[in-house]
Design a protein around this ligand. Structure first.
Ligand SMILES: NC(=O)c1ccc[n+]([C@@H]2O[C@H](COP(=O)([O-])OP(=O)(O)OC[C@H]3O[C@@H](n4cnc5c(N)ncnc54)[C@H](OP(=O)(O)O)[C@@H]3O)[C@@H](O)[C@H]2O)c1
Length: 235
């Protein structure tokens, strides 16, 4: 993937940061958009743009002229009984998980069309779309929309731009910190998974980097279940 330009929305921490680290280790240029800038800021292959993707617009010319891949990582985990989930919360979750991705894809689309390197878009869903889970109504609704967006855009942009989505189960990042706030909670979460571990950022980043690479040039419109077996196995 030498000399490719990849844009990672939400590449300052968590899974997005692991994606950025894997990409630069392959000598790929990365544009990172996030609200905070981290120490990778000084890396010669990384260009940071500080923005809140739900509020700020991307001005013309801010992104590379040719983009070979786009990953959208911002997301939320707000778990509450349905009666405590306000309509505003549903709106906020939809905004960060789905509308932010829509905005990013719109901003990058012309530059993605110019790529001659099997360009790809990678979005993030959650295991809670395939596997119904109590208290996940808002996030499952928002990510269900992301899965629909993935398939619809994959059809619309074929054969030029591939669009795929990764649906993780619980992964050890700051987003999941509340759910993993004690050794007991971590152990219980591990035991719930058929493969008896929770995910780490690199488990998901490896799939994202694969979906951006030429190795996946015949894959589009797919939801990749990287989830320790959670969505499909009963052991
Ligand atoms: N971790 C899990 O257990 C889990 C499970 C299922 C699905 N997922 C999904 O996987 C994806 C990645 O999750 P993660 O755990 O890596 O999340 P994370 O650790 O919270 O990282 C999210 C990234 O997005 C950026 N971001 C958040 N809001 C933003 C905004 N408004 N504007 C610009 N950048 C923003 C954050 O940077 P700043 O804070 O600097 O802006 C950060 O770089 C998400 O879509 C999540 O829903 C995660």
């Amino acid at each position: 993937m030498d000399h490719k330009n990849i844009v990672v929305i939400g590449g300052s921490k968590g899974i997005g940061l692991a994606i950025v680290e894997q990409l630069v280790s392959q000598n790929i240029n990365v544009t990172v958009i996030s609200r905070n800038i981290n120490e990778m800021n000084t890396h010669p292959l990384i260009h940071y743009i500080q923005k809140d993707i739900t509020r700020d617009d991307l001005a013309p010319g801010e992104l590379p002229e040719i983009i070979d891949g786009l990953v959208y990582c911002p997301g939320s985990i707000v778990l509450k009984p349905f009666k405590s989930l306000s309509e505003e919360q549903f709106g906020e979750d939809f905004a960060i998980n789905c509308l932010g991705a829509v905005k990013s894809i719109k901003a990058a689309l012309n530059a993605l069309k110019k790529s001659e390197s099997n360009p790809g878009i990678v979005l993030f869903s959650t295991v809670a779309v395939t596997q119904g889970m109590a208290f996940h109504a808002s996030i499952a609704a928002a990510k269900g929309a992301v899965e629909g967006l993935t398939k619809s855009l994959a059809a619309e942009f074929a054969p030029t731009i591939r669009v795929n989505c990764i649906a993780p189960s619980l992964t050890n990042t700051s987003l999941a910190a509340k759910i993993l706030s004690s050794p007991e909670k971590v152990q219980a979460a591990e035991q719930r998974h058929p493969l008896k571990t929770i995910g780490n950022a690199n488990d998901l980043a490896s799939m994202a980097v694969f979906l951006l690479s030429d190795e996946s040039k015949w894959i589009s419109g797919q939801i990749m279940h990287v989830d320790g077996g959670m969505s499909t196995l009963r052991v």
